[in-house]
Design a protein around this ligand. Sequence first.
Ligand code: HEM
Length: 175
Amino acid sequence: MDYVQQRVAQFASNADTSSNNTLFTPLNGLLLSVLLYTAYAFFLRPTPPPQLPKEEPAIVFRTFTPRTLLPYNGEDGKPVYLAVRGRVFDVSRGRNFYGPGGPYANFAGRDASRGLACGSFAEDMLTKDLDGPLDTLEDLGPSELEALRGWEERFEEKYLVVGKLVAVGEEEKDK
Ligand code: HEM
């Protein structure tokens, strides 16, 4: 190899190493990792499965008696139920009203018909004998029945009916 060829070869090899040196700078390394991460994020990263909304618990329509309704007073995180004219409403959404310490807690777990009709929280508005007949409300006047109807309409809009209230001994006949 003559001198010129030798110099050309030398120059070429220098150019090679110097170009290698400029390619692998810290900045290029950083850019490359950003590029790789972006490609990974877009194309390769597994997408989490879509979250389905939690299913509402199924509503089982049940038959209650005044006694079996009684535990549903919202204590210990239990649901709050109350009955109006034979229909049992789940008023748990209104726990602030009917739950323990609420202003209408007296109706929780009870047949609230008479108390709502008469606008009274008095103890004698509630069925005393939990194993006796249901309150027939026969003695109520038109304005009381109208007030009761108003409450029923409000409950129908706001709460779910989860069962019916019957007297003890009426449960089997009912099925
Ligand atoms: C001084 C008299 C009373 C006042 C100031 C009063 C006030 C209220 C207020 C502010 C609410 C909340 C309304 C809402 O945000 O939807 C409410 C709800 C209610 N009130 Fe009264 N109230 C009174 C008397 C009564 C009486 C006499 C009864 C029946 C015996 C009664 C039964 C109810 C019931 C059942 C609810 C809850 C309805 C629901 O679940 O949405 N209230 N009351």
